[in-house]
Write a protein that binds this ligand. Structure first.
Ligand code: ATP
Length: 515
């Protein structure tokens, strides 16, 4: 585990050192859980968004996009349930003055009990070797059974309290379990309070005319309130989808783990409108389609898993997460939810407008059901950086390489004049002018060629083109491949053909389709 933590730390400093992610307002010591993307980060992020957008809109004839405003009428958030229920239960420790999520404290306690069970199992596995039967051990070992009973009882009590949002009971659990603040080590807790995660601001200039509005906590509602507009203006027939990429804001109580949990982040959401009764089939289909999108990146199938939800929101009838094996364990990157007709019905109720679909086949009107796929750009970014980050030994030297899918790499081709004189920089410029319409290129002239290769490896550039004296004579260059570090002498005229489509989003899209 320490090793994994180490990897994560290295990853975070790599992101900063190579211009991927900086803490926001860093010269003022930063702002909690807010980050800026740097010169390489923005390219990678844009490529991720393009990969998602094109997979949605180009590969599905019946999915179109929108770009709704961040500010929305405040009643939207009343109708969606966010004003009343988008809350986390928080608790403060009076001694350390630190704030925690009550649910997270209890979940950590559950995880501790699970750890104890796992330790017993690992001990027994070592003792029994090949003959070890885990299921039998779990069912018969006294200590495991004792821990399991404790876990079951706590889990039951916790689920009941969360379902009823019984804040007193949540506090009582924390007291009964003797959970201490990790900073002060004391049990001097305040009461548990509800904390709404929405940021608010005011619109309008006069004091009495000002209206309290929210920064949207999800992009989905912009899609729901535009359902009729898109359906009518686009003459869309069910089933069809609306996709959107945009910023969302949540005043997270405990924001940690770098860009995994931010207060300002970006979502890519798609709401797929369908006929009631067909939702479980569509849910299964979207689960599969979305996982294939992730797997086409090539980080290995074992890096992903589904996590089906047992506890569903009251309006959902199926939900699953796609989790990625981050340096801090498997974590949610994307959620896929079957949301019934909850959102559209709520907006119909609150707006007084009829939000229905007239089915030309059955000649009946109904409120469509919705399957939602919802993914965080920043979490996806983190999973890609984590999957791509590699440290290798090359001839006794350490090489850090970002094995990014070439189509996502910030720079596709680095053009490197061997020396910064003798007409080589000019030749490099000439090659750049040739390639830049198709590929994001960069010319680098400083430092030894070895150092420049390392720097390009560290930002994930799949191809380096080295220009030397011979180039001036015969128009050939050395083409170096990031992953194998192999070098080949090739004609400038052939570069296009060799690089081809391998660095374009279309090559990734084809991979999803062909799988
Ligand atoms: P979590 O349980 O981790 O808070 P969630 O279940 O509330 O996430 P959803 O509301 O389903 O998340 O949001 C969909 C996606 O948006 C998530 O899968 C995640 O990728 C992203 N996301 C949500 N909250 C954040 C955040 N604070 N920072 C970055 N990404 C986020």
């Amino acid at each position: 585990m320490a090793n994994q933590e180490d990897v994560f730390k290295k990853l975070v400093s790599h992101c900063k050192e190579y211009g991927f992610v900086f803490p926001s307002s860093e010269i003022y010591d930063g702002l909690g859980a807010v980050y800026d993307y740097g010169q390489n980060g923005v390219e990678l992020k844009n490529n991720i968004k393009r990969y998602w957008w094109e997979a949605m809109t180009k590969l599905h004839e019946n999915i179109v996009g929108i770009d709704a405003a961040i500010f929305m009428h405040p009643t939207v958030w009343k109708a969606s349930g966010h004003v009343d229920a988008f809350n986390d239960p928080l608790i403060d420790n009076r001694d350390s003055k630190k704030r925690y999520r009550a649910d997270v404290l209890i979940e950590e306690q559950l995880a501790k009990i699970e750890d104890k069970i796992n330790k017993e199992i690992e001990k027994a596995r070592k003792r029994f070797g090949e003959a070890f039967d885990e299921a039998q051990f779990r069912a018969t070992n006294g200590r495991v059974l004792e821990h399991q009973a404790k876990w079951d009882a706590l889990h039951q009590r916790y689920s009941d309290a969360m379902n009823k949002m019984d804040l007193e009971e949540l506090k009582q659990i924390i007291l009964d379990e003797e959970i201490v603040c990790p900073i002060s080590g004391t049990r001097n807790w305040t009461d548990v309070r509800q904390f709404n995660l929405m940021f608010s601001t005011e619109m309008g200039s006069t004091a009495d005319g000002a209206m309290k509005i929210y920064l949207r906590p999800e992009t989905a509602q912009g899609i729901f309130v535009n359902y009729l507009n898109v359906q009518k203006s686009g003459r869309m027939k069910l089933p069809f989808g609306i996709a959107q990429i945009g910023k969302a804001f949540r005043n997270e109580i405990v924001a940690r783990q770098f860009i995994f949990r931010m207060r300002e982040f970006e979502q890519m959401e798609m709401q797929f409108f369908i006929k009631p009764g067909t939702e479980l089939d569509w849910f299964a289909k979207w689960k599969k389609t979305r996982l294939a999108w992730h797997k086409a990146l090539g980080f290995g199938d074992a890096m992903y898993r589904y996590h089906d939800h047992e506890k569903l929101a009251h309006y959902a009838n199926a939900a699953t997460d796609i989790e990625f094996n981050m340096p801090f364990g498997f974590k949610e990157v994307e959620g896929i939810h079957s949301r019934t007709n909850f959102d559209l019905s709520q907006h119909a109720k609150y707006s007084g407008k009829k939000i229905e679909y007239f089915d030309p086949e059955t000649r009946e009107s109904y409120v469509p059901y919705v399957i939602e796929t919802s993914i965080g750009v920043d979490r996806m970014f983190l999973s890609i950086m984590a999957g791509a980050f590699k440290e290798e030994e090359v001839n006794g030297e350490r090489r850090v390489v970002l094995a990014l899918p070439p189509a996502l790499a910030p720079v596709k081709v680095a053009i490197l004049p061997l020396v910064n004189k003798d007409g080589l920089p000019e030749k490099a410029e000439e090659i750049l002018r040739e390639l830049r319409y198709d590929y994001t290129c960069q010319i680098e002239v400083k430092d030894s060629i070895g150092k420049r290769y390392r720097r390009q490896d560290a930002i994930g550039t799949p191809y380096c083109v080295t220009v030397d004296g011979q180039t001036l004579e015969d128009n050939t260059v050395t083409l170096r491949f990031r992953d194998t570090m192999e070098q080949e002498r090739v004609a400038i005229a052939d570069l296009h053909k060799i690089i081809g489509d391998s660095v374009n989003i279309s090559s990734l899209l084809r991979k999803i389709e062909n799988d």
